[in-house]
Each structure stands twice: as structure tokens, then as C-alpha cells.
Design a protein around this ligand. Structure first.
Ligand code: PMP
Length: 310
């Protein structure tokens, strides 16, 4: 029987018992770093495969460095705790795995990271598709600009900076769109509220520079590897201006939650013919199979969770 379990204060406990005080620093100030990792159920093999777990924990530890979150675990230990948690939960379906390092000090009027205790917690919840639509989605350019590295580092998943994504996503959805595309403060295309962005133009793949304030996406890296190795495409990382999106042959977004998501409309203008483009379709199909351990060439990206009994 599947059971919701968390890793909390060094132990595996029922999720319902993993509770913190209202005085917790991270709750007031967003002083935390998290990851979003997918566990993908493989029906044929009867197992869950965790996608690029090591890379997620490496980015997580980078965030911890930036935010002075001193947690004792190494990347290997974090991976081992994660595998054990999934085994203990016993889920037989797709999962979203959420590690969180946070300033656990119960002190509210203190803005000095170096004086605050940190802790690590981890949970996993059943999770299907993120953007609830068939086919290509509708995006708008957000009126909210992407935070700049001179304000809060956007390259890692700092909890507090997600207010930026949340404002953009909420605005987009309330206006009838599926997702928001954010520009940097000086008008370059940055990324979606929870996804990196790619554009296909004349058979070449273009994506904004990480220096344009997007998250160093692991799906972004996977899509670039697949585009290069499997489709033989050239990839250009460069500054992209808003109007270029209106002229693209294809646009797609990448993210752990969103997978490879085709964009059919941007600011109410069709991208290509407004449907799923051929490059996007190929990449999406490759990606969706390999994250479940179904492609031997990319099996090394997947960590198999052994069944608890064996
Ligand atoms: N940008 C933002 C703001 C995100 O939250 C995410 C999701 N983690 C991404 C991009 C995609 O990153 P990844 O592919 O590593 O999930």
C-alpha cells in the first residue's frame, strides 16, 4: 500500500508528522532552496526511474552554497535518501520529488544568513501532467520582468525568487493563457514561469543564454543533447528578442514538470501553423520515452528504484 512519507529532521516519518513552527525563518523570507525531480513509472518493468537525480542534487547544492544553507549531506547521500524514500512510499505511478533545504531557525527578525541554522527535508507526491492541455499551448509575454542575477540569483531554485514566476503564471492563466514568457529587465527573452524556452528557426535550435537570467535547466540540457545527438541539429545559445518569437517556425518549453511542451500561440499570434511542429514532436517523443528508462542510449540518465523486497 502506498504511503506518503517524508524525510524530516534526519528520519523517515509519515508526511502528516513533518511539521515546522510558524516562526521558521524560511516561511517568512523564502530563505530556502528546492528541487523538482521526477520519478517516472515504467509499467512494463514495474519500477520507478528517477530522471537525472545526480544533476538535480548538484544544482541543489549550488543553491545551498549561494544561500549559505549548510546541510551535512553530500550529493551521493541525498541520492541514497531519495531512493530509500521512494522505496518506503511504495508508489506505483509517476512522482514529483521535492527536496528542500531551508533556514529552519525559529527567528523572525534576523536577515543574516550566516547566523541561521539550516535543515533538509524531502517528500514525494504522485504527479501527472503539469500543463493541462492537449497539443500546443498558448503563451503570453508577461508584464512581469524576470528577476536579474543582480537581485536574486535565478540560476538555482531559491524559494523566494519563485514569487516572480508565480506572479507571471497567475497573470497569464487569469488572462486565459496557459503559460507566461518572461523577458529580462532589458527586454531579452528569458524563460517561462517554470520552463526554459527553445525556438526552431530554419532548422536550427535557438535558446536564450543562461546569463539572460534563466534557470540552468536540466531538461534544457537534455533537450540540447537529444537535438544534437539524435536529430543532428545545430544549437545556438544567444540573446533573443521578443519579436523573434513571432517569426519562429516552432517554439517549445522544457522543464521537469512540463517535459517538452509545444507552444502554438504567442501573444495571440500562431507559431508556425499553430500546431505541434516536427522538431518539437520528435524531441517530445524521444524525451517522454527515455525518462522512463525505455531508451538504452540514455538509461544512464535514469536511476532505477529497486523494489523494496528485492
Ligand atoms: N525555469 C524555471 C523558472 C523553473 O522553475 C524550471 C523548473 N525547474 C525550469 C526552468 C526547468 O528546469 P528543469 O528542466 O531543470 O526542471
Amino acid at each position: 500500500m502506498a504511503e506518503a512519507i517524508a524525510y524530516f529532521r534526519g528520519n523517515f516519518v509519515p508526511l502528516s508528522e513533518a511539521k515546522v513552527s510558524v516562526m521558521t525563518h524560511a516561511l517568512h523570507y523564502g530563505t530556502a532552496v528546492f528541487e523538482g525531480i521526477r520519478g517516472n513509472w515504467n509499467e512494463k518493468e514495474g519500477k520507478i526511474f528517477i530522471f537525472r537525480m545526480r544533476e538535480h542534487y548538484e544544482r541543489f547544492l549550488q543553491g545551498c552554497r549561494i544561500m549559505m544553507l549548510d546541510i551535512p549531506q553530500s550529493a551521493e547521500e541525498l541520492c541514497a535518501i531519495t531512493v530509500e524514500l521512494i522505496q518506503r512510499c511504495g508508489y506505483l505511478e509517476d512522482l514529483y520529488i521535492r527536496p528542500l533545504a531551508y533556514k529552519s531557525a525559529e527567528r523572525v527578525a534576523n536577515l543574516k544568513l550566516h547566523e541561521l541554522d539550516s535543515d533538509f527535508t524531502l517528500m514525494a507526491v504522485p504527479f501527472g501532467s503539469y500543463i493541462d492541455t492537449e497539443g500546443a499551448i498558448k503563451c503570453c509575454t508577461s508584464s512581469w520582468r524576470r528577476i536579474d542575477d543582480t537581485m536574486i540569483p535565478p540560476r538555482v531554485k531559491i524559494s523566494g525568487h519563485y514569487v516572480n514566476s508565480i506572479l507571471a503564471k497567475t497573470e497569464a492563466v487569469l488572462a486565459g493563457f496557459d503559460e507566461a514568457i518572461m523577458l529580462t529587465h532589458d527586454g531579452n527573452v528569458s524563460e517561462g514561469s517554470g520552463e526554459n524556452l527553445f525556438m526552431v528557426l530554419n532548422g536550427t535550435l535557438h535558446t536564450p543564454l543562461v546569463a539572460d537570467n534563466n534557470l540552468t535547466g536540466i531538461t534544457r540540457d537534455s533537450a540540447m543533447t537529444l537535438a544534437r545527438n539524435e536529430l543532428g541539429l545545430e544549437i545556438v545559445e544567444r540573446r533573443i528578442r521578443r519579436s523573434e518569437l513571432y517569426l519562429a517556425d516552432e517554439i517549445f518549453l522544457t522543464g521537469t514538470a512540463a517535459h517538452v511542451t509545444p507552444v502554438g500561440f504567442i501573444d495571440s499570434r500562431p507559431v508556425g501553423d499553430g500546431d505541434v511542429g516536427p522538431v518539437t514532436k520528435k524531441l517530445r517523443n524521444l524525451y517522454i520515452e527515455l525518462i522512463r528508462g525505455n531508451n538504452p542510449r540514455y538509461r544512464h540518465w535514469c536511476v532505477e528504484v529497486p523494489l523494496e523486497s528485492g
